[in-house]
Ligand binder design. Structure first.
Ligand code: HEC
Ligand code: HEC
Length: 449
């Protein structure tokens, strides 16, 4: 009996030793050895520290988030001049030009500030002491989106760029004034991109302040204009948007520490992995792609699936319920500047998103665009209503995931421990990198014609 036990124990020991030898690569050969080493093999050699040990499936998921997987920016079929250098130059000037507001106080860069990753650090965007209903999102990498604004009420970057110019709580201008301003200040650049500019000098035909704004004197002036003249102004206005889009589509996300980690993870180089990420950061990544289910929505190289979800955010006191996508989808199909409209350069077939848009459904109520998470550490506060001041508050929300009212929350409570929550945050801090754009595009242009 004792002899049998000794034999079994010896056999077990031999088995254990050989598995260890094969796994660590000291002894090779045999299909088992190859399979086992396949999991742990590394150019770094030695044993993988637990924090940086990933399965094949995990490595695939991590790689799918890497900036190395970001395709080069496709052209926008609705904007024929989107990649013209002179359109970029004109858009660059306009983005920073506060002449596009009646009191000369507001430009795009007032709220989308280059040194704040094109955000403003405020809960709700605010100019002239007036809050807008929503928080300012970044524009870095936004050119890859199908929909613009938190509710996606615009379907191109150029159509989006038109709206703030006339919003009374943003630039507060009118389209005849803006068309006239741009044609007088930037005529050479404008004509080099778009051809001969119309003559808007006759103020009886082209009132100084006219725009389709309900209940405003500028609205009455707009109604009084001949249809053809309105068309001419709309054309210049759309071209202003197309130039601004040509500029802002150049502002892309840069390579972050996470991207280097993903590259090392792909080839199982754990020496490099442990140089790049602490065990806590790697644990955060594990939770992000695993138990936290963050990649259900924040996936791909920009960390967004580009769709709309209701995540049951708290409604700050005194604010009204925001319908989000259920309104935005109705607005974009009505927009004269959408992909199917007369100012778009796209063939109808290219407007796939708009043609197959979803207009009804409970899931649209209170749903907002999934924001990308690159540079998220730099762009507090968070969410469409700016309700969370920091990432800790965001993670607390995902831990509790309260039910939404009205609508339906797409979250399940995570109940992460404090250590797990801290790891998740540590991971998100690794996604920061200066924007990838020619440095001169990140500041006000020096000479403005
Ligand atoms: C008063 C501050 C303010 C000004 C000025 C402003 N924006 Fe914005 N921007 C915002 C806010 C707030 C939102 C989100 C609004 C919403 O979703 O309803 C936004 C959204 C955007 C988006 C959509 C981003 C996304 O995630 O879909 C882009 C692009 C953008 N702005 C570009 C511009 C451009 C170009 C200009 C100048 C023509 C401009 N903005 C002027 C505050 C501002
Ligand atoms: C069901 C889809 C979904 C899942 C799952 C999800 N998110 Fe989100 N996330 C969103 C949406 C939608 C928003 C914007 C909500 C809004 O403003 O109304 C958002 C916003 C955020 C923001 C704020 C970004 C900003 O710029 O304001 C952060 C940070 C964030 N999510 C991190 C995470 C993390 C971490 C996880 C996993 C624990 C996660 N998300 C899981 C959909 C999701």
């Amino acid at each position: 009996m004792r002899r049998l036990l000794v034999a079994v124990a010896t056999l077990a020991l031999i088995l254990l030793v050989s598995v260890v030898l094969i796994a660590t690569g000291l002894v090779g050969g045999g299909s088992v050895g190859v399979a086992i080493r396949g999991v742990f093999e590394s150019p770094a050699g030695g044993a993988a520290p637990a924090a940086h040990r990933w399965t094949g499936a995990e490595r695939g998921l991590i790689a799918s988030l890497s900036i190395d997987r970001l395709p080069s920016l496709p052209p926008d079929p609705s904007n024929a001049v989107g990649d013209y250098p002179d359109a970029v130059a004109l858009g660059h000037a306009l983005f920073f030009d506060s002449g596009l507001s009646p009191d000369g106080s507001v430009s795009c860069s007032t709220c989308h500030q280059p040194d704040r990753y094109f955000t403003d650090g405020k809960v709700l965007a605010n100019v002239r002491d007036m809050d807008t209903p929503r928080h300012t999102p970044t524009i870095v990498g936004i050119a890859y989106s199908d929909w613009y604004y938190w509710d996606g009420r615009k379907d191109s970057q150029w159509a989006q760029a038109l709206a703030p110019q006339e919003a009374p709580i943003e630039h507060g201008g009118t389209r005849t004034a803006h068309a006239r301003y741009v044609l007088s200040k930037y005529r050479r650049l404008y004509e080099s991109v778009f051809g001969p500019a119309p003559d808007l000098s006759d103020t009886t035909r082209f009132p100084p302040e006219a725009a389709p704004l309900e209940g405003e004197t500028s609205g009455t002036a707009w109604e009084g204009m001949a249809e053809e003249d309105r068309g001419a102004v709309n054309r210049v206005f759309a071209n202003i948007g197309k130039s601004i889009a040509a500029y802002s589509r150049r502002i892309l996300p840069g390579r972050s520490r996470f991207d280097d980690y993903a590259k090392a993870a792909l080839v199982n180089d754990w020496t490099r992995m442990s140089e790049l990420f602490s065990a806590e950061e790697a644990e955060g990544l594990r939770l992000f792609i695993g138990e936290g289910q963050c990649t259900d929505c924040h996936n791909g190289p920009l960390f967004t699936n580009g769709t709309f979800h209701n995540i049951g955010l708290p409604l700050p006191e005194g604010s009204k319920f925001d319908q989000g996508r259920s309104q935005g989808s109705l607005q974009v199909v009505e927009d004269v500047f959408n992909c199917l409209g007369e100012f778009s350069d796209a063939n109808q077939e290219a407007c796939v998103e708009l043609r197959f848009i979803k207009l009804e459904g409970e899931e649209l109520v209170g749903a907002f665009k999934v924001p990308g998470l690159r540079n998220v550490a730099e762009t507090a506060p968070y969410m469409h209503n700016g309700v969370f001041p920091d990432l800790e508050a965001v993670i607390r929300h995902y831990n509790h995931a309260p039910p939404a009212f009205p609508g339906h929350s797409d979250l399940v409570p995570l109940a992460f421990t404090e250590a797990q929550s801290a790891a998740l945050k540590a991971f998100m801090l690794t996604l920061s990198a200066p924007p990838d754009a020619p440095p001169d595009l990140l500041r006000q242009p020096e000479s403005q014609e």
